[in-house]
Ligand binder design. Structure first.
Ligand SMILES: Cc1cc2nc3c(=O)[nH]c(=O)nc-3n(C[C@H](O)[C@H](O)[C@H](O)COP(=O)(O)OP(=O)(O)OC[C@H]3O[C@@H](n4cnc5c(N)ncnc54)[C@H](O)[C@@H]3O)c2cc1C
Length: 423
């Protein structure tokens, strides 16, 4: 996707800044939606850099440079559940339209004791089909996994599993290009309101390379990089959470042996035979998320695990800290605990290699994304809270409609849920 397709539209109707998980679907949905509302073409561009190495002379990357993100309709929170449901229902169509397969429907398992009733209740209330597994059902259905004697689970066999965030973004880009979206591979340096254009204000978007792009409206969807450039006249209340993940490389034979493994979210006491205190919080509870074997672009199979935020030493507060985190090696101690926890949970795997990776999730005090207008011409789509990959298509759709309409017409989800909070 390196080729620029620019049609040189002059003044765009909408410029989306951030060609990531949420920005690209926003651009795609905006063109689609506006098409039905007007006979004139709706000119959209999405601006953002391609995937790059984490090297010191760069400061902007993305939260989607990976092959595995858990997807599931079930959730303790009905809003996230609905966002995921609407997105998941569109995955297969997007795959067919673009020829990019990004979705593996291997199912999802929420294990433990603590929030199983809450997830079950949300699933019941929203009509999501899940099965509750008692401890013996859990052990017999997944004999290659090692859980505790008290653990029970919610198993979502359909409409759940994992997606490749890289491939999903690629599919969204192809679909957006197909609709006539311009993809501009630059970093935006500044967004300002410019002089009136035929009586209406116009937004001026300046890039790092010195180029200027004009648009009637601008949507900012830059993930954790809001403060890296002068994009907004306000400071959104965002918390940047440093994430460490461990990927263990396993053999193709092991990957095949455990191919029925679903994506897993765990919150419980662990098993008595788990050695040590890997991933235990101060109350003795263990928490992690775990992806089944996925073949990465190097052809090798990896199992990936990440941790809960309560094990963090602290959050990142400045752009400099975010940049330093991306350029570092993650939290090595956490990385080692994650490796041990994978060995504890997935029985009898031969480990060929271990790789510790790092990333940043963008949290909001509401734990919901911000989808809001700062002015009639400037909107935000920020704050994935670590959950937005699976729901990015619907988040993009909601933001796109808000930008095209200039207001919130969505009925089932009130705008109040997504209102921006500033510092
Ligand atoms: C380790 C980890 C595990 C996760 N696991 C899951 C999971 O299992 N399930 C799930 O649903 N979600 C998960 N997430 C969360 C999910 O990946 C994020 O919520 C999602 O990527 C956020 O999308 P976004 O578009 O807001 O940000 P991003 O995907 O980061 O996209 C932002 C884009 O903006 C671009 N940009 C930034 N600044 C500028 C600028 N000035 N000019 C132009 N472009 C700019 C960036 O290059 C980037 O491409 C996980 C996240 C992490 C880090």
């Amino acid at each position: 996707m390196s080729k620029s397709n620019e049609r040189n539209y002059g003044v765009y109707d909408l410029c989306v800044i951030g060609a990531g998980m949420c920005g690209v679907p926003a651009a795609r949905h905006a063109i689609n939606y506006a098409r039905h509302a007007t006979t004139k073409p709706y000119k959209v561009c999405v601006i953002g850099p391609e995937e790059t190495q984490m090297i010191p002379d760069r400061d902007i990357w993305s939260a989607h440079y990976d092959e595995g993100r858990i997807t599931r309709m079930s959730d303790p929170n009905w809003i996230w559940s609905l966002l995921a449901r609407r997105s998941i229902q569109r995955y297969r169509k997007l795959e067919q339209d673009t020829g990019i397969n990004f979705y593996s429907e291997v199912g999802s398992l929420t294990v433990g004791a603590e929030y199983i009733p809450v997830v079950q209740k949300t699933a019941n209330d929203t009509g999501i089909s899940v099965a509750t597994l008692d401890n013996s059902q859990l052990q017999s259905k997944f004999p290659f996994l090692n859980f505790g004697d008290e653990d029970i689970a919610i198993y979502e066999a359909q409409n759940a599993g994992h997606i490749s965030p890289r491939k999903l973004v690629r599919a969204q880009l192809i679909a957006a290009l197909e609709l006539g979206c311009d993809v501009i591979r630059e970093i935006v340096n500044q967004v300002t309101e410019d002089n009136l254009l035929n009586g209406a204000p116009v937004m001026k978007v300046k890039t790092d390379s010195g180029r200027t792009i004009h648009a009637r409206k601008v949507l900012i969807a830059v993930g954790c990089f809001t403060e890296f450039r002068k994009l907004l006249p306000v400071e959104p209340n965002l918390i940047f959470s440093p994430q460490t993940v461990t990927l263990v490389q396993i053999t193709p034979e092991d990957a095949h042996r455990i191919e029925k493994m679903p994506s897993i979210i765990y919150r419980g006491k662990g098993a008595a035979n788990w050695p040590g205190d890997a991933l235990k919080n101060k109350d003795g509870a263990v928490g992690y998320y775990l992806l089944p074997p996925i073949q990465y672009e190097d052809g090798k199979y990896y199992i990936k695990m990440g941790h809960w935020d309560e094990l963090l030493k602290g959050f990142l507060t400045t752009a400099k800290e975010v940049q330093e985190w991306f350029l570092g090696n993650g939290d090595e101690n956490l990385g080692k605990q994650l490796e041990q926890a994978i060995i504890n949970v997935v029985k009898d795997i031969k480990i060929l290699g271990v790789h510790i990776d790092r990333c940043v999730t963008t949290r909001t005090p509401t734990r919901r994304p911000y989808i809001d207008l700062i002015s009639p011409n400037l909107g935000v789509l920020l704050g994935g809270n670590g959950y937005a990959a699976k729901s990015s298509d619907e988040l993009g759709r909601l933001a796109a409609h808000m930008m095209v309409d200039g207001c919130w017409k969505e009925q089932q989800l009130a705008w109040d849920h997504f209102k921006l909070q500033t510092k």
